[in-house]
Design a protein around this ligand. Structure first.
Ligand code: LHQ
Length: 264
């Protein structure tokens, strides 16, 4: 089948859409062209009709962050105004990921650095290989964490770890990443993709509308107080309580069988 993409690959199997970063010779470093494709893929019917998204990379790295080197073949490297680059290329993708109505599982096929870490941590469930590492590489090249990395790391790992990672720019191995709460599953390298596919398949067989609201509710919980949260939960529960999946779950409970969720 013809694919409209050069820098990513996409697929769709059993309600799980997969997006694979596909610049392995550059450790899947991010360029505006790659990010445009990623944004288009997130908007595509392939993803919108799926019930879970799996994000991964090709080769030995998940993503080395922004591509910081001109390649002499059409990519000129970073522009002078990095803020404008973030506005134009990075933020739309990060916002699209956050706004998806389906859960996102990241299969960290290898280490990730810089904005690659932002992409990974913007996922809902991150599966990491035991030899992988996470790297807030920004300070090593005189930059500050971006694409949400500061928020994502500080909210998950807390202030002290976020500061140590961001200030020292050292690699954090899988055991420490698990301990810090930056990832929730570490498996042998060879099992990362099957494990993540299993998690995505399980989510894709779930009550998709409730799951979509749950991922947004947790984001709200990190921003707002208890009282505001009660209102958001109430609104979402009204919607969840009217889904076909909820009706099916109640019938299944009465009939002592497993519910057959359709995502409606
Ligand atoms: C790369 C890269 C790379 C290009 C490896 N670019 N080629 C910033 C600015 C503005 C707006 C948007 O956002 C951002 C956010 C950011 O992400 S800033 C942080 C950018 N990333 C980095 O600074 C990481 C730079 N890379 C490294 O520190 C190392 O390459 C890591 C630790 C990632 C991997 O080290 P190794 O495993 O030893 O691999 P390597 O260094 O030999 O790299 C392999 C190839 O990949 C190599 O090319 P070559 O042609 O020599 O084989 C590298 O030049 C290339 N590569 N990262 N970000």
């Amino acid at each position: 089948m013809m694919t409209p993409y050069h820098f990513i690959k996409t697929g769709h199997v059993d309600d799980v859409a997969t997006i694979t970063l596909n610049r392995p010779e550059k450790l899947n470093a991010l360029t505006p062209a790659l990010l445009r494709e990623l944004g288009a893929a997130l908007d595509s019917a392939e993803v919108r009709c799926a019930r879970a998204l799996l994000l991964t990379g090709d080769g030995r790295f998940f993503c080395a962050g922004a591509d910081i080197q001109p390649d002499g073949a059409g990519y000129d490297g970073l522009p002078e105004d990095l803020g404008a680059l973030l506005d134009a290329a990075y933020h739309p993708v990060m916002r699209k990921l956050a706004g998806l109505d389906i859960p996102v599982v990241c299969a960290l096929n290898g280490p990730c650095a810089g904005a690659g870490l932002s992409l990974a941590l913007a996922s809902d469930i991150v599966v990491m290989g035991d030899s992988g590492y996470l790297l807030l590489a920004f300070v090593n090249i005189g930059l500050v964490p971006d694409a949400g990395a500061t928020w994502l790391v500080a909210r998950s790992a807390g202030r002290a770890r976020a500061l140590e990672m961001a200030l020292l720019g050292e690699r954090m191995g899988a055991a420490e990443a698990l301990d810090a709460g930056l990832v929730t599953r570490v498996v042998p390298d060879g099992e990362v993709l099957p494990e993540a596919q299993g998690v995505a398949a399980r989510l894709a067989a779930g009550p998709t509308r409730a799951i979509g609201m749950i991922r947004k509710q947790v984001a709200v919980a990190l921003e707002q107080g208890f009282d505001a949260m009660l209102d958001v939960e109430r609104t979402n529960q009204s919607l969840a309580g009217r889904t076909q999946d909820f009706g099916e779950a109640i019938r299944a409970f009465a009939e002592k069988r497993k519910p057959d969720f359709k995502g409606r």
